[in-house]
Design a binder for this molecule. Structure first.
Ligand code: NAP
Length: 301
């Protein structure tokens, strides 16, 4: 039996692993896809203390290596359930079951979709949720980015250096993301701001050819684009764990700043926790808090 199982190998989960290992606990990290979490898609991080610039990929890899060097075991399996067996927590993955005294759910979030009819069918054929992963396929082409948060702003900035034209489509007339990034975007001559508008249809033959954009005033226009980067927020990955952690109406796990859920010995850390500020630094902070609380729980069992 493990002392602590951490579900999710992003900044919150891996920071929790670092703290739990340094407290002498045996730790299993379960990661469904790739270690590092969603931050590995961020081209340049410049708001993490001490590091003036670091790519999300380098950040993710360095944190993974740090957790491994401290002795955390990392298994690439998707956790789908947590069940209680007395004080023991049984974590089921798609392949196996593991038991632990405490569990930290640090599953983060997944990309929200626009919900358009042929959106899924066009993934990889013009529609993408990750500019840094797929941006290079659109060199010197016309693309659109949809969203008004930091992800959309950073995606537009990234694509401005690659694509011929970048339309940044936002449903309001002011951005949710940081003013400094907006200011930088405004210096880019090939970025066109499309305010008060939503994407209402995707027109394609084999690949995306153009998008229909509807303005708040009811006018409809067509933009010829080869690529559409959807950056309209994230959905917390908590649905498999609703039996042990109370969720709010948006699906975020309800836990105080001590990261405790309604189930003793089950903690939640990172972007899937209900909170005001979702940043790399707050995910890492959650990991530290959740691990410290989990260690305390295990010691007192
Ligand atoms: P976000 O901040 O939640 O922004 C989502 C954006 O999409 C909002 O502007 C929202 O519009 C818009 N939107 C939502 N649903 C939509 C729909 N159906 N159609 C059209 N637009 C829609 O999400 P995010 O940009 O992914 O960022 C998530 C968190 O990560 C944030 O806290 C962000 O600050 C953080 N982040 C930080 C960094 C960094 O620190 N470098 C980088 C990336 C992300 P409204 O504004 O009208 O609601």
């Amino acid at each position: 039996m493990y002392d602590i199982i951490i579900i999710g190998g992003g900044p919150a989960g891996l920071t929790a692993a670092v703290y739990a290992r340094r407290a002498g606990k045996n730790v299993l990290v379960l990661e469904a896809t790739s270690c590092g979490g969603q931050i590995i898609n961020t081209p340049d991080i410049e708001n993490y203390p001490v590091e003036e610039h670091i790519s999300g990929y380098d950040f993710g890899m360095r944190l993974t290596n740090q957790a491994k060097a401290l002795g955390a075991e990392i298994v690439m399996e998707k956790a789908v359930d947590i069940r209680l067996n007395g004080n023991e927590k049984v974590v089921a993955t798609t392949k196996a079951e593991y038991t632990a005294k405490a569990v930290i759910i640090a599953t983060g979030s997944a990309s929200r979709k626009l919900g358009l009819e042929n959106e899924d069918a066009l993934i990889g054929r013009g529609v993408s949720y990750c500019a840094t992963c797929d941006g290079n396929f659109f060199r010197k082409k016309k693309v659109a980015v949809v969203g008004g948060g930091n992800t959309a702003l950073e995606d537009a900035l990234y694509m401005a250096d690659i694509a011929d034209t970048v339309y940044l489509i936002h449903r309001r007339d002011s951005f949710r993301g940081e003013e400094a990034t907006v200011a930088r975007l405004k210096t880019k001559e090939n970025v066109r701001f499309v305010y008060n508008s939503t994407v209402t249809a995707l027109n394609a033959e084999k690949r995306l050819k153009s998008i229909e954009v509807t303005n708040k005033d009811g006018s409809v226009s067509t933009l010829e684009v080869n690529g559409l980067f959807v950056a309209v927020g994230r959905i917390p990955e908590n649905r498999n764990f609703a039996a042990v952690a109370e969720l709010d109406e948006s699906g975020y796990a309800i836990a105080g700043e001590n990261c405790r859920t309604k189930t003793p010995g089950v903690f939640v850390a990172g972007d899937n926790r209900q909170k005001d500020v979702r940043q790399l630094v707050t995910a890492a902070a959650d990991g530290a808090v959740a691990a410290t609380e989990a260690v305390k729980y295990v010691n007192e069992m």
